[in-house]
Design a protein around this ligand. Structure first.
Ligand code: FAD
Length: 454
């Protein structure tokens, strides 16, 4: 008996229940990854390259026995299963809109060969946490409580030795094996080290140094005190339950707050699973009537935002960090998102698309709902009258101005927190503020008030 283990967002061998499940059913398993253009399309070079590097690490951990094929999974999976005589295909369940549709189609195409879903990329799989009456939670705080009560499995004891691997060279026909593609041209982007071992190393480093201070420090982009685990979680180089198990014996607000952040990830996955329309549409449908700007001037404002040339230092620093690292600090993601929607009056969907292209951790549920939350149209909507002031946000969370100076070289000559207000005028090479925040705030409030009135 043979099985296929189809890797998708679980590019690791440790703590991977699909491996044990496959080993129970079959003597030998084939490791497969499918390069699917439908998924590769929206990702830019940083995320695609990070993925390819993760695949290379996985292949190395499998002694070169990862079969990589290019094509539509609906076509590929039955042919691979036939080529190795597999009677089951094993996956971690996918709950995002495309993945759900794809898996249903693959399941049909496989016919007699069973598609076995074991586990998911989440501590608690979407759909599991419900109110007593079976309804989903629409607000985070009660979700988080019920999520913790629901609990999660202990990490699975797996590894390369859990299954006997089939060498792809032994397969009889089937789709052609391709090499893992080379890096996509990255320009100057610095990426984190890829793969499972790098994820464990980063996590161990974070646990040693930062977790106690995380609660106080996580809002400080200048201190860079967050875990930077998001790219690894995106591709499943680590499972969140492994992280939660490591946090368990730790007391203190840092560990609790970090657990809450992982709950946000599960919450947004749950919300998107139940409302797949919210990948594109407003979660709060009252916002369908909101007036966002469009046209040539709006496009120009968008370009200034996207390239970090708005004249608002913290916004520009964030947008340039995005281009340089494919990652932005969470506080700054909120600031730049608020600026796009409430100062420039542009649709959150424009910003979300730009983020999905450039973020290494770009994840549909966290991204679309992070944007909708900031825009006010999402879950737990921040009150519509809360409009971030980019200057005071900068002064508060980057109090010495180090974050801005790091990412905006034109401002390196401005000392201390004056970098947020530029009292000595705009230095040569930098730009005048694109808008007057005080005025745009009122415009935003007007547009929001019109919505609420009906
Ligand atoms: P840490 O502070 O160390 O947090 C640990 C982990 O908890 C993160 O890796 C992440 O998996 C999870 N987490 C933390 N905050 C959030 C949150 N607000 N929502 C969901 N999960 C969270 N996160 C993504 O992973 N992908 C995205 O595409 C994404 N887009 C975002 C867009 C906007 C507009 C906003 C406001 C937030 C977005 N986030 C996204 C959430 C958050 O900014 C990142 O998860 C976080 O900055 C990643 O850095 P870290 O791993 O150092 O975080």
């Amino acid at each position: 008996e043979a099985a296929v283990i189809w890797f998708r967002r679980d590019l690791r061998l440790g703590d991977l229940p699909t491996l044990t499940e496959a080993a129970v059913r079959a003597e030998r398993s084939l490791a497969l990854f499918v390069l699917d253009d439908a998924l590769l399309g929206p990702a830019g070079a940083p995320r695609t390259t990070f993925l390819f590097r993760c695949l290379r690490e996985l292949d190395a951990a499998l002694d070169g026995r990862l079969l990589v094929v290019r094509g539509d999974p609906v076509d590929v999976l039955p042919r691979v299963a036939a080529a190795v005589g597999a009677s089951s295909v094993h996956v971690s369940a996918d709950f995002a809109p495309y993945g759900t549709r794809r898996d249903t189609a693959v399941e049909q195409a496989l016919g007699e060969v069973e598609l076995v879903r074991t586990g998911s990329p989440y501590a608690v799989a979407p759909g599991r946490v419900t109110k007593d009456d079976g309804d989903p939670y629409r607000v985070f705080t009660p979700f988080r409580r019920a999520w913790a009560e629901h609990g999660w499995r202990a990490p699975a004891d797996t590894g390369a030795g859990t299954v006997r691997w089939i060498d792809p060279g032994e397969k009889d026909g089937g789709p052609r094996r391709v090499r893992i593609p080379e890096d996509v041209a990255l320009g100057e982007v610095e990426l984190p080290a890829a793969g499972e071992a790098a994820a464990s190393a980063r996590w161990a480093e974070f646990l040693q140094s930062d977790v106690t201070a995380y609660d106080d420090e996580r809002n400080r982009p200048d201190h860079d005190a967050t875990s930077r685990m998001s790219p690894y979680l995106k591709y499943g180089c680590v499972h969140p339950r492994t992280m939660l198990a490591d946090l368990k014996g730790r007391t203190g607000s840092g560990a609790t707050t970090f657990t809450t952040e992982l709950a946000w990830r599960d919450f947004y996955a749950d919300v998107l699973h139940r409302r797949p329309d919210t990948a594109r549409e407003h979660y709060d449908r009252r916002f369908d009537k909101i007036r966002y700007d469009d046209g040539a001037a709006a496009r120009q404002a968008f370009d200034a935002w996207a390239t970090g040339r708005t004249g608002f230092p913290i916004v520009d620093a964030g947008m340039r960090q995005l281009l340089a690292q494919g990652w932005v600090h969470n506080r700054v993601r909120m600031i730049v998102a608020s600026f796009l929607t409430k100062d420039l009056h542009l649709s959150w969907t424009w910003g979300a698309r730009h983020f999905m292209r450039h973020l290494v951790d770009g994840d549909l549920s966290s991204n679309q709902h992070g944007w909708q939350w900031t825009a006010g149209s999402g879950t737990d909507a921040s009150p519509y009258f809360r409009v971030f002031n980019p200057t005071t946000q900068g002064e508060k969370f980057d109090p010495q101005g180090d974050y801005v100076r790091r990412w905006v070289p034109e401002l390196r000559g401005v000392a201390g927190k004056a970098v947020h207000t530029l009292p000595g005028g705009v230095p040569p090479g930098y730009v005048e503020p694109l808008v007057d925040h005080k005025h745009e705030r009122l415009v935003a409030l007007d547009r929001y008030a019109a919505l609420k009135d009906g």
